[in-house]
Write a protein that binds this ligand. Sequence first.
Ligand code: HAM
Length: 417
Amino acid sequence: MHDILPADQPYWKKINKAVESISNYYGFSRIDTPIVEQAEVFVKGTGQATDIVEKEMYTFRTKGGELVCLRPEFTAGVVRSYIEHGMHNLPQPVKLWTTGPLFRHERPQAGRYRQFHQFNFEVLGDRSASIDGQVIQMCYDVLKELGFKGACIEVNSIGDSECRPYFKKILASYFKSRKSSLCGDCQRRLKENPLRILDCKDEKCLQVKSGAPQIIDHLCEPCHTHFKQVLEFLDELQLPYTLNPYLVRGFDYYTKTVFEIIDKTDETTSKSSLVGGGRYDGLVKLLGGRDTPAFGAAGGMDRILSILRTKELKPDKKNEAPKIFLAQLGQMAKRKSLKLFEEFREAKIPVAESFSKDSLRAQLKAADKMGIKWVLIFGQKEALEDFITLRDMESGQQSEIKLDKVVTEMGNKINKK
Ligand code: HAM
């Protein structure tokens, strides 16, 4: 678990802003689901034999005896809300976006936190491949907007309940004959879900995996056609993608398309994915709703932030940083400055101050450090005679403004610039 420090906040704001504007543009509505939910929602939703449920969920019993958990992801909670609030009665598809904290008890390592944040897009009630293309595009756009140059999409299809069981059998028999070369976890996975072995990052398993059969060769006709269409959309959108036949993702709810976005130039997060998602046509029904196809994706905001910081992809501060500094001297000026400061706030003009510093020199120094253009000097004489001294920090020139005109005049100066 980690802090998002004041120095990180401009990056944080920039990420949030990019996500919100892209969500609005594509007609997504904001949803916020609770951080604590019935554990069952995620156990059923993401799958009993997934790493998330087996090892990573923060689950606990309330005093009333209910088994609840800190949400490890958004999707199952959003689907629960879609069902609970009868959103199938709305015009379909229902397009939802959200951001917020999630919790997974993972082994701490670069880019992996136990409390982390995602932006998340979900589209419920549409089975067409164009939705897959659109959500992938939106995720790519968020990264592009933030200045990422090396983002690359990896995409695969993992079939559906028609073709996947057969492929699992083929895969199981491939791995069975190589069982002794697999890690302990994967020997167990072989029984529960051999597909999960394809997701293992263990060196030994990676080697065995490299010769494994590929699901792409075993898709049923509808899954094959859907995947072909998705790739055509990605081509049309001119998105940089590669086929990764072993991409399966760590949730049981996925059907057909799965994808991840990696930053190839990143050195900080061990090339882990920045975004992951896919189609989950069976999840709404599994959680008690109607048969509803869906597609969604989520991006790791903490990973994105750490890359922005190391790559010095600095947020644009120009428009928000104050251009005015209010310096005050003496008790009476101090009192009146507080009021003036509030008047500036009401007029929505950002003004910096350093009320805790008493000497003018220290205050001017602080203003200079902030790169401020105008300093309003409010001393004893000014306070008594109701005027203020304006100092242009670039030219060093000073002039006087009547106190009741200060906010308007400074507003004009800023807007002229
Ligand atoms: P996920 O791949 O588990 O997918 O997470 C998506 C992104 O969240 C990852 O690509 C990564 O950037 C970030 N992330 C995951 N775990 C951590 C962690 N421990 N620390 C920091 N960042 C992390 C999902 O969560 C799915 N619910 C995505 C989805 C939405 N599928 C359909 N709809």
